[in-house]
Write a new protein. Sequence first.
Length: 118
Amino acid sequence: VQLEESGGGVVQPGGSLRLSCAGSGFTFSSYTMSWHRQAPGKERELVASVRSDGSSTNYHDSVLGRFRISRDNARNTVYLQMNSLKPEDTAMYYCKAISARPPVVVHWGQGTQVTVTS
């Protein structure tokens, strides 16, 4: 099982990045996918999630209207489009897969760093 994130980097405030997370070794379309982030000295927090069939999404209040999560089950990939980035969005971003039905199975990626700085 593998979740491989990509797309992180350094961007100026107001800029955009698109994160990708490619899954392998499990039935991607049977998992709810989510993005989480963790800044230094802070707890990991949920940024956005999307149901296994893509029918429903949820967002942290701080990213509403700026970030968009989507998935392509044919490509076993989930995306996080991040617009209007702010310095407080700086964090390590992690991809997570959790099975939509019991038994509960959880997979995490290794993370990709996003740094927003002028």
